[in-house]
Design a protein around this ligand. Structure first.
Ligand code: DUC
Ligand code: ZN
Ligand code: ZN
Ligand code: ZN
Length: 484
């Protein structure tokens, strides 16, 4: 049985044109005028776009003494309701655990996923086993990206020695290095100082992680990636200092990518001054929300192309979980939701305001990351042969965001009360109509793992192009005898 999306305007990362789209067997099989012969979906007045890809989620993640509250079922359902048809989550090995075992544990969480998914593999410790496992992960398990935490000291953090070793291995394997860039040593010291001084409320979370902490780590990661000759993806880029480092590296010819979150683009640090403890704690995430200067920098990066992807870092905790941190802000589980709201909020604050074009919207919500993670054009494209992961976007549809009507399982929404204009009329996941004018018909288990091969056998990214050869030992004419 085919499905035909009729009377819409196709919007891709580079083209806008009127055409119908025919879907069979979960794939796009024809694009053209006046198509017929199947179940019709009316896209009059709408834009037909590649479904969103959120490359940064933490579903059912063990973290800070608990588990993030949305799992692969509610998380992917929330995504579909907001036009996102794929998520990329993170498999996190515990210290000493093999990467292959950790990946197996994460696969076991996905049996009820309602949309397609993939994983980045985190490198949380270093040793010969990790070195060996990394090849298996890339060559047999379909994962081409490795995340490194420069913060969360004593838990997920790796030091520079481990990170440099890992980056070199990532480069050898033709994969992508990723970093959570915050200086974890400085954060730990500032947290201790703030607590000792009696600053134990959620606002102190932001004081302990100023923009400098992120700027320093971003610069350091870029320099280390340059020495290792590996491309680098900086997750949740939230400030001008980090953006500046990324801009500079790109101008020198390095493959460095930056990923602002919809939360950092649209919510600011004043949220932490709210007198309601719950209000502030619900917005505790790392990096924290920043001021308008940083937000303007991120928006400028999206329109100029120096930042390439908008994600969520969806890591939702209930109010009850957030309250683990009453009396000690360092125990508030870090994370906010956003999967359902990323695309409507970005459309409302980006496209409707004229900061980005519709085509740039598609680029930063879908196509760019599909290319960076090497799954284009299966994902991120409206092309014959691509997966029918499609959002039919109604630019006139409005709603007020509210926890009362959201798909996520938590009891609040950080965007509560925000009006959005621009929402999905239909969301299709590999041809299945999951969202039909607000009605949710997701299928548990419909989501499949998407394999992502290495980018090239040697994906080199150096600021000064040079062949990598063994260092040349200088032949000396004489060496002074010691002790003379
Ligand atoms: N930041 C968060 O806020 N939550 C999960 C992990 C992270 O880096
Ligand atoms: Zn992070
Ligand atoms: Zn994250
Ligand atoms: Zn189906």
């Amino acid at each position: 049985m085919s499905t035909i999306i009729k009377n819409g305007t196709i919007v891709t990362a580079d083209l806008t044109y009127k055409a119908d789209v025919k879907i069979e067997g979960g794939k796009i099989v024809e694009i053209g005028q006046n198509l017929s012969g199947g179940k019709e979906l009316d896209a009059t007045g709408c834009y037909v776009m590649p479904g969103g890809i959120d490359p940064h989620t933490h579903l059912e993640m063990p973290f800070m003494g608990t588990y993030s509250a949305d799992d692969f079922e509610s998380g992917t359902r929330a995504g579909l309701a907001g036009g996102t048809t794929m998520v990329v989550d993170f498999a996190l090995p515990s210290p000493g655990q093999s990467l292959v075992d950790a990946l197996g544990m994460w696969h076991n969480k996905t049996s009820r996923a309602t949309a397609d998914f993939s994983f980045h593999m985190a490198v949380t410790w270093w040793g010969e086993q990790v070195f060996n496992d990394m090849a298996t992960i890339v060559n047999e398990k379909g994962i081409n990206s490795f995340k490194h935490f420069m913060a969360y000291k004593g838990a997920l953090m790796v030091d520079d020695d481990e990170m440099f070793s890992s980056f070199q291995r990532v480069g050898e394997l033709g994969a992508l290095a990723m970093v959570h860039a915050e200086n974890g040593d400085v954060v730990a010291q500032m947290q201790a100082k703030l607590l000792a001084e009696g600053n134990n409320g959620p606002e102190a979370h932001a004081y302990s992680r100023p923009a400098e902490v992120e700027g320093e780590a971003t610069n350091r990661a870029i320099m280390i990636a340059d020495m290792a000759g590996v491309p680098l993806y900086v997750v949740h880029t939230s400030c001008e200092q980090a953006h500046e480092a990324i801009r500079r590296a790109r101008a020198k010819g390095m493959r460095v990518y930056g990923e602002p979150l919809i939360q950092h683009l649209t919510l600011d640090e004043s949220e932490y001054s709210n007198p309601d403890w719950d209000h502030a704690a619900r917005r505790v995430m790392s990096p924290p929300f920043r001021n308008k200067t940083h937000q303007d920098s991120l928006w400028a990066g999206l329109s100029s192309g120096s930042l390439q992807v908008v994600a969520t870092d969806h890591c939702a905790f209930t109010s009850e979980q957030k309250r683990f941190g009453i009396g000690d802000f360092t125990k508030i589980p870090n994370g906010t939701g956003g999967l359902e709201d990323r695309m409507p909020m970005l459309w409302t604050h980006g496209v409707n305001t004229g900061r980005i074009t519709m085509n740039e919207f598609v680029a930063v919500t879908s196509t760019n990351i599909a290319k960076i993670l090497n799954m284009y054009p299966k994902k991120g494209a409206i092309l014959v042969g691509a997966d029918a992961d499609i959002v039919v976007w109604d630019p006139a549809k409005k709603k007020t965001i509210s926890a009362a009507s959201q798909q996520s399982s938590i009891d609040y929404n950080v965007f509560e009360g925000k009006e959005v204009t621009g929402l999905p009329r239909f969301t299709l996941t590999r041809g299945h109509l999951a969202i039909n004018d607000g009605k949710v018909d997701t299928r548990e288990g419909h989501g499949e793992f998407v394999k992502r091969p290495p980018v090239t056998p040697a994906n080199k990214a150096l600021s000064t192009w040079k062949e990598i050869t063994a260092p040349r030992k200088v032949q000396r004419t004489g060496i002074p005898a010691t002790g003379v």
